[in-house]
Design a protein around this ligand. Sequence first.
Ligand SMILES: Nc1ncnc2c1ncn2[C@@H]1O[C@H](COP(=O)(O)OP(=O)(O)OP(=O)(O)O)[C@@H](O)[C@H]1O
Ligand SMILES: Cc1ncsc1CCO
Length: 505
Amino acid sequence: MAIKRVDYSLYLVTDRSLVPETKTFLGQIERALEGGVTLVQLREKDTETGAFIDFAFKVKALTRKFGVPLIINDRLDVAQAVDAEGVHIGQDDMPLTTARQILGTTKIIGVSCNTEEEAAIAIRDGADYLGIGAVWFTSTKKNIKEPLGIQGVRRILESMQHPIPTVAIGGISAKNACELLEGSSTGEIHIDGLAIVSAIMAAEDPKAACEELLKLIRHSLSKVGVKAYNTVDDAIQFAVQAAKNIKDKTPMVHHITNYVVINDNANATLAVGASPIMSTNRQEMEELAAVNGAMLLNMGTLNDVDAMISAAQANSRHGNPVVLDPVGCGATAFRRETLKRFLDECKLTVVKGNAGEILSMAGLGGRSRGVDSVGNNEEQLMVDAVRTLAKQNNCVIGLTGPTDYISDGGRVFAIENGDALLPLITGSGCMVSSVVACFAAANRDDYLLATVAGILTVTVASEIAASREYVNGPGTFRGALIDELHNVTNTPELLAQYARIRTIQ
Ligand SMILES: Nc1ncnc2c1ncn2[C@@H]1O[C@H](COP(=O)(O)OP(=O)(O)OP(=O)(O)O)[C@@H](O)[C@H]1O
Ligand SMILES: Cc1ncsc1CCO
């Protein structure tokens, strides 16, 4: 997946032996996903490799649909075969450093730890998260050492000099979830989520069980000071800092864009403080990916689609965000097929299109007219489209128009900024995508908020540009827009001053 901020809150660890007789293993996992689990670890101890891979593909199809990362226990080969988002390894499994060499930096690797020393070594060797346990004795794991209890978990948290995300595991249920989360918190460090086996796998109704657990976990996490980054204030603060980060990091943003907008895209990229490179030559894709901050693909004037796909894949291998602008994607069979290839063959971080394009992607076609926006539509339709597409494609979806809607499948933001001159210049949407790519390049911790920040920057800049007295139509506005992209990102407090953002539940 395009790695977004990983939500460790409710982490399902599977165990097929616990599934009630009247239920199926896959059905239990699907119900759990419906109930909101935020991460799934497939743990198969006695399944033959072929059968394990077959089953893992089925689980991957489900986790992909729900936009949840899939982690494979112990078996790197299976994780690679199904392109899972990561692996979880125990102390007796393959060493972390070897696993990292094999999987690279873009995959999540979690490590089980039972002591302060094990935690320190896993952090030193680059684990993405720790599974701390067993907290209590449990029927699902036989040969466990002395259980840690709540105080043992707390001791490990206290010992962490460079904290990374942690989940607790072992005997956890709705009965002890809050006590564990709140009791192990040190005030500064807390566990980020709970890994749960039997309370979900053996449940008669895993969906209801997960909903209850998630409510308890979220409540306790907010008590120990976890921020969800889902308010308008969060988005605005993020945007202000994110603009500064572009200027500090000056990331390179590789564009394969259309020939109508190419110069405006390069100038917009420079104006916000990033560095554009507009190469289309296959021979340098890999080398560029190694030094690149983000990749932008734009479908406006499609030429060498294979080169675009290999460039996107090279960037994903290097951990770079990939932004797609699906220009006119519903207009012709060729564009529909090309979009499908991008979705199937690339790991897209953000897809940003106008209303017609995004609705067409959501199967609500017929509303798309060439590369133009359809104008006003029901808000609910737009919100459902961005949220569902984000879940299905495991990425952030941005839909632009008079109001812009952005979702990562959970959170949804609406932006009301923007001047009516924007749709009168060709490629204003393409410029938005370029700027989103710049924000994503320099702000990799939350791609939803980076996308909000990118769209906000262009729309605020457009309002300021339109108000300049020398602007008297689309031509002068186009130049002024580049000026104001530069000014707004040099004084990003303007974003906070002008922002008209809403959250949608
Ligand atoms: N009527 C409007 N009023 C204010 N802002 C608008 C309006 N319509 C679009 N915008 C803004 O203009 C920008 C481009 O959005 P739009 O949906 O027009 O893109 P697009 O159709 O993909 O453009 P293009 O294909 O020309 O690149 C977005 O930032 C959006 O917020
Ligand atoms: C007009 C046009 N045609 C293909 S791309 C493009 C620019 C808007 O995306």
